[in-house]
Design a protein. Sequence first.
Length: 130
Amino acid sequence: MAKVMRKVRVGSVVSTRMDKTAVVELVWKQRHRIYRKQMRRVTRFYVHDPNQQCRIGDTVRIQETRPISRTKHWRLLEVLARREVAEVRAIELEGDAVIEPIAGESDYISPDAMDVVAVDDTDADDDEDA
């Protein structure tokens, strides 16, 4: 029996949230059949990563394999390049937020913002009289 040549692709890791699975994106171009413009296409592969060695942003080489699950038909061969991606986390603000309209914008205040905005019209009346 002849040995089957399996497909090998190089792509970028976009997700590693699943256990022993990574999502790899392969970006390729296709010419539009009427307008002849190059269009960017993206194919996403679910890749088996048993040692969980890839991280988001890494460039990896993957190989087609037998079905491991319903959507997973590729396995990780090697990590070609590591890429550091900055982690983003939420910042908690201290104190109450105050929303005030900017000069020149309409004076309409949405009902949702009514309890946050404190408008003091007494100072404005004093300035008009003077």
